[in-house]
Design a protein around this ligand. Structure first.
Ligand SMILES: Cc1cc2nc3c(=O)[nH]c(=O)nc-3n(C[C@H](O)[C@H](O)[C@H](O)COP(=O)(O)OP(=O)(O)OC[C@H]3O[C@@H](n4cnc5c(N)ncnc54)[C@H](O)[C@@H]3O)c2cc1C
Length: 297
């Protein structure tokens, strides 16, 4: 039996495996190779790995994990989980059944592309979610922000550290008059109308096209599409979740344990605020350590 099965072997899952492997705990990592930031040319903000392609960072991590004989990396999808602490069962897409005393869920979330032609093609290139990830490279350029929730007001204020050329796209939302006044006071124009198309060339957007017939040129667009967990395994065991403005995440305690004893969670799947590679790696490491410490004789 495995000590731990980790479902999702990206930044969070591999960081958990590293701690468990160093503690000589038998661990299997199941992964389907689709990290959330695979659309981005470069990953930013992870100390020591800044401005590297995300898949290169992960490939290097996997090479380093090969030192540890207790870690098995498997390219397979986890299809179902069942059981309870000290006796969990995971069935893979190949029909194999694996057993473990603990589970770490780190299968991330998937961004749901809106039904707007051109949006998905630009995602990760010229439509991006986070200024800390991609702001520096486009500082001083003309940014657009797609309004999605009251939190967009905070984004508009935040973006001023990178550019003073910002346009807000209401995209069908009613922006309250007091916020409209605040934006006007900051010289941030608000453009009404639903976005119906993103005109682009090979992922580099040229204009945001609106239902009103207006086409507005910006250099980069920040948007926060809704997301959902990349798998629904947590539903079978009824793990508690919490709502965020863009989707749901798993609830965890200070030791990264979910509402079900013996199941831990790390990374975007359990990060309600500012998900990042750094947070995922840190949480994964802690989930690995806490899972190991929960198995001491
Ligand atoms: C466009 C874009 C750019 C970004 N840029 C940055 C950046 O520059 N810096 C930064 O810090 N953050 C960035 N992020 C955020 C970053 O991608 C995430 O915070 C990070 O990938 C989270 O890591 P994770 O391990 O939790 O999940 P993920 O990296 O999403 O990995 C989840 C893994 O689980 C696997 N999986 C899913 N379901 C199953 C299953 N059933 N069985 C087995 N495996 C499964 C997937 O294939 C995947 O490999 C960006 C995000 C986006 C969308």
């Amino acid at each position: 039996m495995n000590d731990v099965i980790i479902i999702g072997g990206s930044f969070a899952g591999l960081a958990a495996a590293l701690q468990l492997g160093r503690a000589r705990r038998k661990v299997t990592v199941l992964d389907t190779g689709l990290p959330r930031n695979r659309f981005a040319g470069h990953s930013h903000g992870l100390l020591g790995h800044d401005h590297k392609p995300p898949l290169d960072i992960l490939a290097e991590a996997r090479r380093q994990l090969a030192r540890y004989p207790a870690i098995t990396l498997v390219n397979a999808r986890a299809e179902s989980i069942s059981g309870a602490i000290d006796n969990f069962s995971v069935v893979t897409g190949d029909g194999e059944s694996l057993a473990a005393r603990r589970l770490i869920l780190s299968y991330g979330v998937a961004d749901q592309m809106p039904d707007v032609p051109g949006f998905a093609e630009c995602w990760g290139t010229s439509i991006v979610p986070c200024p800390y990830c991609d702001g520096f490279e486009v500082a001083g350029q003309h940014w657009g922000l797609v309004w999605s929730s009251p939190q967009s007001h905070q984004s508009a204020r935040l973006f001023r550290d990178w550019t003073d050329k910002l346009t807000v796209f209401a995209d069908g939302h009613e922006i309250p008059p007091e916020i409209q006044a605040d934006l006007a006071g900051r010289n941030i124009p608000v453009i009404e109308g639903r976005i119906v198309e993103i005109a682009h060339q090979k992922g580099q957007l040229s204009t945001v096209n609106l239902a009103t017939g207006r086409n507005v040129a910006v250099d980069v667009l920040f948007a926060h599409p809704r997301n959902k967990p990349s798998a629904s395994l947590h539903e079978a065991l009824g793990l508690a979740t919490q709502d965020t403005p863009t989707g749901i995440v798993l609830k965890v305690d200070e030791r990264r344990q979910t509402s079900v004893p013996g199941i831990y969670a790390a990374g975007d799947l359990a990060t309600p605020f500012l998900p990042s590679v750094t947070q995922a790696s840190s949480q994964g490491a802690m989930a690995g350590i806490f899972a190991q410490q929960s198995m001491l004789a």
